[in-house]
Design a binder for this molecule. Structure first.
Ligand code: SF4
Length: 63
């Protein structure tokens, strides 16, 4: 499973970073970006929750 953050849509609320800190982190523009190529199995539930909880639907699944 892979995810990506749409930088134009992210408002930097930090929710995904709190929810899945092994997957998301702050970048220099105070927005979230994905720090892994493939989401580790153990982090998939948190990553999915982040996709569903993002207030601006900025996190998308990648093929
Ligand atoms: S939850 Fe969405 S809006 Fe908030 S920091 Fe993560 S990607 Fe950005």
């Amino acid at each position: 499973m892979k995810v990506e953050v749409d930088q134009d849509a992210c408002i930097g609320c930090g929710l995904c970073i709190d929810t899945a800190p092994n997957v998301f982190a702050w970048n220099d523009e105070s927005k979230s970006y994905v720090i892994v190529d493939v989401v580790p199995k153990d982090d998939e539930p948190a990553a999915k929750e982040s996709v569903e909880s993002c207030p601006t639907e900025a996190i998308h699944y990648k093929d």
